[in-house]
Ligand binder design. Sequence first.
Ligand SMILES: C[S@@+](CC[C@H](N)C(=O)[O-])C[C@H]1O[C@@H](n2cnc3c(N)ncnc32)[C@H](O)[C@@H]1O
Length: 300
Amino acid sequence: MQSLSSSLKRSLVRARVSNATLRYASSQTSSSSSDQQKTTSFGFQTIPEEAKESLVKNVFDSVASKYDLMNDASSLGVHRLWKDQFVTDLKPGRNGPLKCLDVAGGTGDIALRILDYAREKYADRETTVEVVDINAQMLKEGYRRFKQTMYHNTPQVSFHEANAQELPTEKFADNSYDLYTIAFGIRNCTSIPAVLSEAYRVLKPGGTFACLEFSRVNNPVLSTLYDQYSFSVIPLLGTILAGDRTSYQYLVESIRKFPPQPEFAQMIRDAGFRTGTDVDGGAWTDLWGGVACIHTGVKI
Ligand SMILES: C[S@@+](CC[C@H](N)C(=O)[O-])C[C@H]1O[C@@H](n2cnc3c(N)ncnc32)[C@H](O)[C@@H]1O
């Protein structure tokens, strides 16, 4: 009876995910009737769906060694405050050690904060974080960084190259994590519903999905200022500090293509998660008027 009801639940979730995929795909992708080629957005460009992963990989190959410096320069250090709040709100370690998966974890900013928070607040040295990223260069930077920390060579942290859309089941088993985090990563993935479906699969029932991502600014004055800043300053800094304008132009454009808060909250529910209501402070928490945003959901 138990397994019947859980497999039924899974089928329902799958059906919801396929519907969500169709809804999202029809807003983000299109197919020409003549050749049926599916397209998607890469920043403001429309490209064949299958090309996105390698283009995104090229972007992060190119920015990996300057990624942390550029993050600080382009956000004037504000990304650190957002990441601090993201982790503080989750309170890792408060109810005992957690098994965490930080997907699109890049250079390990979130993983380090989770481990530091659990240790400093709750003297917890048993919480673990597995950092997953599709890009080996970003993981290499993360590994190098963790070498300077007390977590290096401990079971508390590990690095894995994998695609968020299809985490290998033998390594990332069903119902096995307490906390799944993804920060500034999901907008780079070709299929958001596929990422959410994998997050749902690997979390334990009652486990938390938490996403930090750039989002939609609703105040028109702030939105205009933000647009002017991001479209002029960030690509320019990319040129000066990293010698790469194109990658930073893509990163800014990809922010504008990401679904607004209520739409993304619905996608999280479509994947099977329970969220708060569709208001700031409910399903999501806006940071800086929506420049960035934290979404959470609980696996039921
Ligand atoms: C903007 S960085 C964010 C890194 C880190 N989470 C942070 O907040 O600093 C985005 C990361 O997403 C990774 N990424 C993009 N597509 C991915 C995918 N399909 N699966 C896993 N990681 C992916 C990139 O390689 C990159 O490291």
